[in-house]
Ligand binder design. Structure first.
Ligand SMILES: Nc1ncnc2c1ncn2[C@@H]1O[C@H](COP(=O)(O)OP(=O)(O)OP(=O)(O)O)[C@@H](O)[C@H]1O
Ligand SMILES: [Mg+2]
Length: 1137
């Protein structure tokens, strides 16, 4: 449910001044202060919003706030500018009424900020969409552009609007913005050339110098240093809290959004730069011979740069600063300008240039933001005009500004009253007129066509002859002397003659907002707004499209001799148009108040505010509002708010709201004069009545709250109780079930126990009976058994007795018999012994006799025979078993059956040995003679070398082939074969070791039974033939090499050349063969074989020691031989070889 609130809820002070009680200026200010101190800067006077400038940012403009105020009634929430904006927007959208927001107040009161808040609120709540958003953005972004060019720092406001602005925002029937039109009013252009102390020129100059890039400044021929420009005041060039550089970027961006083309932006900046350059042009006097004064430009550099910027020929502009041409009908008179006139011309050009640029900007923005469709628009106008100004030195501009404010006050008075009045008429309420100060008389003093001040000024400007500011003042002194709001020292009104606060060259006007003293100096000039034609023509000649556009009157083809309308005239006309425009719209007022002169937050300067409250006519506003009725409200919300005060309307009123309110008021006994019933609203005359209603409502709300609380508590308790009860029943049911279950289980188990006891008892009883029966049966049996036993025992005893008796007899008999038998036995034994002894003796005797007789035949070698037989049998068995299990005939078969008898151990081993020998013999018997010889050789080799030379094991498996060269078959060795007449035992290639270097030469080695022949390997030519008897010994090493030395008998013919040192792969075979030849020879000694690692070899005369060493395996596994010195030949045999 939506909670209905009211501005009367949670109020700090009074939100609507109409409800202020008692109403006095003091209570009014007190209420403002109270609210201001609590950051409540907005207060209503009916539908008028009073806005106090907080001079600090408050968190009341957030998007949440916008949503809060959106589509809410004006009095529903606490006062806010958004409420006014929402009200205006909704009545524009829903009731099709054009609106205007009139924002007034003095300089620095917050008008521009208020206008921006209104615009941003409307932009936030109106329709959305790509196109609409673009329009909104353009409308909003026009503000920074215009503020940069039209606002300046003044002593009253750091961002003071120096032009008036009225902006019509156009909407379609849905309330979506279509575009807008901006009207500008009289820019304070005198500021361009001169600024009062503590003030600045327009923002754009400073923004350009500090924000533009170095490149841009270079192009514009500007320096960043502000002090270089005469037109820029130095003392307040920097304003705290104002970032000119950042603002420049904002302005550039805004211009882009609004739709300025890049070349347009550049043109605008060039014009701004040109104005600055213009200010730097200085003149010096120069006297002419005809006595007139002329002026010359001091330094032409700035002029030159300016001309370059604007595309003007320098000489043209230079001339325009030196001469003035006056055209009258057919005449053209040219006069020279003195220094003062030249300066005047320069400043006039600067002012015009800038103000025309500003107007051009507004036109250009309008072009961009104008509505595209031609359908009928709804319009919301926002007026943000310069505020009422009172400076120390007030001139024509202040006069114009204040006149404008007078007109606004006028329209405020008119529209407020009229609106109020119209409402009473609309609602059918009686209306009595209220006294208030009407400033129409002041407006008349200024704008009256006949004798108004502006009319006088125009008249004076147009009058031929000498006209000065003083002649203008004289005129005023005459014409306005009697006017009650005009004061002048020299007027005909004698009461100011002695007023020393009024200087002679001034006049004073009692504005609605206070008295303002105007200095007449410059009035005529500013009103004339004269720009020498030479200058406008020079400008027109510029090669710069924008400049040309700004000075159309410079076009020589369109020379207009008529005077242009004066500034005052133009302004009056545009203000009058504005007023007419405003009158067609529904006004919404925002009255801005400036709380202090220090531009500081939290300071509430009462005197200053009191003054503003007075001249803004706020008290009158409240009074007018209250003169009729202080409070009004449509019947429905009124009934909704107060219906609880009457039983008949509470809680629901079924009839019409008005009747409900009537019943309510009657029931509350509110005096009839305190209120009136309008057609749709109830009008309450006195705030007291409203407060009475509010108080009653508050009490009633408390009672209602108590009632609601009571009912709620009762309901809560009852619900709780019912819940508890329900729960208790459930719990009880569950408990009972549980208890019964438990009880049943207990009874059940008890029953089972009892039952079991009973059954047990019965069973035991039965058991007992059965046991008794059984015992009885057993007892009977036992008794019977006992009886029978007794009987039996008795019988047994009797029988035993009998048997014992019998037995005793038997025993005695037996003893007797035994004794008898023993005696007999003894006797018999004795007898037998004797007989036996006799028999034995007989037998011995017989035996002795027999033995004596047959000893030689009988039994003498029986044991031996049996023994022999047994042994024979065992042996037979053993041999037969052995025969059946004999191992194979292979001599290398190591198998042999296990022995069966321990005593045959030796025989078994011997048999094995015999068998092996036999087997070998058998094996040998198969050999041929050749093979036998081979084995004999092998046997001999084994005897010679086994365990003596490391080469031997590897030779065992090699068969001794003998003729490796197949010498008899090989035709190559035919000759050699023929040369050797004996049978060749071996033919092999050996290396004959060279005694000089140890290297080998291949030789065929041919031993026969008679000699050893060494022949050339290739040719087969016999190199040496050693008869075997000359060969005494052979020396070999213990190692695995194939070296051998053939040592010759000393003194023999063969020994002349010395011993042979040879090496062969078949060393073992060779030596064995040589040894065998020696063994078989009968005519000579056995060939001796030395096996040693060091032996001497006789080489011719020298004896050389051949030494075998174990060397590291090098060059593969080959044996190397080296001559170490004369006496030593070292053979290195690899360890692994
Ligand atoms: N609602 C506000 N919240 C915060 N600051 C404000 C508000 N209204 C005004 N100000 C401050 O006061 C300064 C002056 O306000 P503003 O420029 O709107 O005055 P003005 O009435 O337009 O004056 P002028 O007539 O000189 O143009 C602003 O620059 C701003 O700092
Ligand atoms: Mg302003």
């Amino acid at each position: 449910m939506e909670v209905k609130t009211s501005l009367l809820d949670n109020m700090i002070g009074v939100g609507d001044m109409v409800l202020l009680e008692p109403l006095s200026e003091d209570s009014f200010l007190e209420n403002l202060k109270k609210r201001f101190d609590h950051s409540e800067i907005y207060t209503y006077i009916g539908s008028v919003v009073i806005s106090m400038n907080p001079y600090r940012s408050l968190p009341i403009y957030t998007p949440d706030k916008v949503e809060e105020y959106r589509n809410r009634n004006f009095y529903e929430l606490s006062p806010h500018i958004y409420a006014l904006a929402d009200e205006a927007y909704r009545s524009l959208r829903d009731q099709d009424k054009d609106q205007c927001i009139l924002i007034t107040g003095e300089s620095g009161a917050g008008k521009t900020e208020a206008s921006k808040l209104v615009m941003s609120y409307v932009a936030a709540v109106c329709g959305k969409g790509q196109e609409v958003n673009k329009v909104k953005e353009q409308l909003l972004q026009s503000n920074p552009v215009l503020e940069a060019f039209g606002n300046a720092k003044t002593v009253r406001n750091d961002n003071s609007s120096r032009f008036g602005k009225y902006m019509d925002i156009e909407f379609d029937f849905k309330g979506d913005p279509l575009g807008g039109v901006i009207s500008n009013y009289l820019l304070e252009k005198s500021r361009v050339v001169k600024q009062p102390r503590g003030e600045r020129n327009f923002h754009v100059f400073y923004q350009l110098l500090s924000g533009a890039s170095d490149d841009t400044l270079k192009k514009l021929r500007l320096h960043r240093d502000v002090s270089k420009y005469n037109y820029l005041s130095l003392d307040s060039a920097v304003v705290s809290g104002l970032d000119d550089a950042a603002n420049f970027r904002t302005v550039r961006n805004a211009m882009q959004i609004v739709g300025f083309m890049e070349d347009e932006v550049q043109s605008v900046l060039q014009l701004v730069a040109a104005v600055l350059k213009l200010g730097n042009i200085e003149f010096k006097p120069e006297s002419r011979c005809n006595g007139t004064d002329e002026s010359r430009i001091k330094d032409k550099n700035d002029l030159k740069e300016m001309c370059e910027l604007l595309g003007i020929e320098q000489s043209v502009l230079e001339r325009a600063f030196s001469y003035r041409t006056v055209e009258a009908k057919l005449e053209k008179v040219s006069t020279t300008l003195n220094v003062a006139q030249a300066y005047y011309a320069r400043d006039a050009l600067a002012k015009n240039l800038y103000s025309r640029l500003f107007t051009w900007l507004v036109t250009r923005i309008n072009e961009s933001i104008k509505a595209q469709t031609k359908t009928r628009h709804k319009v919301m106008g926002v007026l943000d005009i310069y505020g009422f100004e009172i400076f120390e030195d007030n001139s024509f501009e202040q006069f114009i500004i204040n006149y404008c404010n007078e007109k606004l006050q006028q329209i405020f008075i008119e529209l407020t009253l009229r609106e109020e009045q119209e409402e009473y008429v609309r609602e059918g309420i009686e209306w009595t007129n209220i006294e208030y100060f009407n400033n129409a008389v002041i407006c008349d003093l200024i704008e009256n066509n006949k004798n108004g001040i502006l009319a006088m000024l125009d008249e004076e400007c147009l009058r031929p002859g000498t006209v000065t500011d003083e002649t203008f003042l004289d005129k005023l002194n005459t014409v306005c002397a009697e006017h009650q709001h005009f004061e002048s020292r020299l007027s005909k009104n004698s009461k100011f003659l002695t007023d020393h606060s009024l200087p002679h060259n001034c006049f004073r006007i009692q504005h609605y907002a206070g008295k303002v003293l105007y200095r007449v100096e410059g009035f005529m000039d500013k009103n004339n707004d004269l720009l020498y034609r030479d200058l406008s023509q020079a400008m027109y000649k510029a090669n710069h499209s924008l400049i040309k556009q700004l000075f159309p009157e410079g076009n020589p083809a369109k020379v207009n001799l008529k005077r242009p309308p004066t500034a005052g005239f133009q302004f009056r006309a545009s203000v009058s148009t504005l007023m007419k425009n405003l009158q067609t719209k529904n006004p919404n007022y925002i009255r801005c108040i400036k709380p202090n002169d220090k531009k500081a937050p939290h300071i509430f300067t009462e005197s200053l505010i009191r003054h503003q409250v007075r001249y803004l006519g706020l008290m009158e506003n409240v009074r007018v509002r209250r003169a009729g009725y202080a409070f009004r409200q449509t019947y429905e919300p009124c009934l909704e708010r107060y219906k609880m005060l009457c039983k008949r309307t509470w809680p629901h009123w079924r009839g019409r709201a008005r009747e409900g309110v009537e019943v309510l008021m009657a029931d509350l006994q509110v005096p009839a004069e305190e209120f009136s019933y309008g057609r749709s609203k109830i009008f309450i005359r006195n705030p007291r009545t409203l407060f009475f209603l509010e108080e009653r409502r508050r009490q009633c709300l408390q009672d209602l709250a108590t009632l609601i609380q009571k009912i709620y508590r009762g309901w809560k308790c009852r619900s709780h109780f019912l819940l508890l009860k329900k729960s208790q029943i459930v719990v009880a049911a569950w408990y009972r079930r549980y208890a019964q279950q438990k009880k049943y289980q207990r009874i059940k188990s008890a029953t089972t126990v009892v039952q079991s006891y009973a059954r047990g008892w019965q069973a035991r009883k039965l058991l007992r009976e059965l046991k008794y029966q059984k015992r009885c049966e057993e007892a009977a049996t036992t008794i019977a058994a006992y009886w029978h036993g007794t009987q039996a025992r008795m019988e047994l005893r009797r029988l035993k007795q009998e048997a014992r008796s019998k037995h005793a007899v038997t025993v005695i008999w037996a003893y007797w018999q035994g004794t008898k038998a023993r005696r007999e036995l003894r006797r018999l034994k004795e007898e037998a012994r004797r007989k036996h002894a006799v028999a034995v003796i007989w037998a011995y005797w017989q035996g002795l006799k027999v033995r004596r007789e047959y000893r030689k035949f009988f039994r003498a070698h029986a044991g031996k025979k049996i023994y022999d037989f047994t042994i024979q049998r065992i042996m037979q068995k053993y041999f037969l078993g052995l025969r059946n299990n004999l191992p194979s005939m292979s001599p290398i078969d190591k198998n042999w059956p296990a022995r069966t008898y321990l005593f045959l151990d030796g025989a078994h081993a011997e048999l094995r040995r015999i068998f092996h020998l036999w087997r070998c013999k058998k094996y040998r018997s198969q050999f041929t003679e050749e093979r036998k010889a081979v084995y004999e050789e092998k046997l001999e080799a084994s005897e010679i070398f086994k365990d003596k030379k490391a080469l031997y094991p590897s030779s065992v498996s090699q068969p001794f082939k003998g003729d490796y060269l197949e010498i008899s078959k090989n035709p190559k060795y035919q000759k050699l074969n023929n040369a050797v007449d004996e049978k060749v035992l071996l033919a092999d290639v050996v290396n004959k070791i060279n005694r000089a270097n140890g290297k080998g030469t291949a030789r065929i080695f041919l031993p026969t039974k008679k000699s050893v022949v060494l022949a050339d390997q290739k040719t087969g030519q016999v190199k040496a033939s050693v008869p075997l008897p000359d060969l005494t010994s052979v020396s070999v090493s213990t190692q695995s090499d194939g070296f051998f030395a053939l040592k010759l008998k000393e003194g023999s013919a063969s020994a002349v050349k010395g011993d042979f040192l040879l090496s062969s792969e078949h060393l073992i075979e060779i030596i064995t063969k040589l040894h065998r030849i020696g063994a078989t020879a009968t005519d000579r000694e056995q060939l001796s074989i030395d096996i040693s690692d060091e032996f001497l070899v006789q080489f011719k005369q020298d004896k050389v020691c051949v030494k075998f060493v174990q060397g590291a395996p090098k060059n593969g596994n080959s044996v190397s031989c080296k001559r170490k010195n004369n006496r030593l030949l070292e053979v290195s045999v690899p360890a692994t070889a």
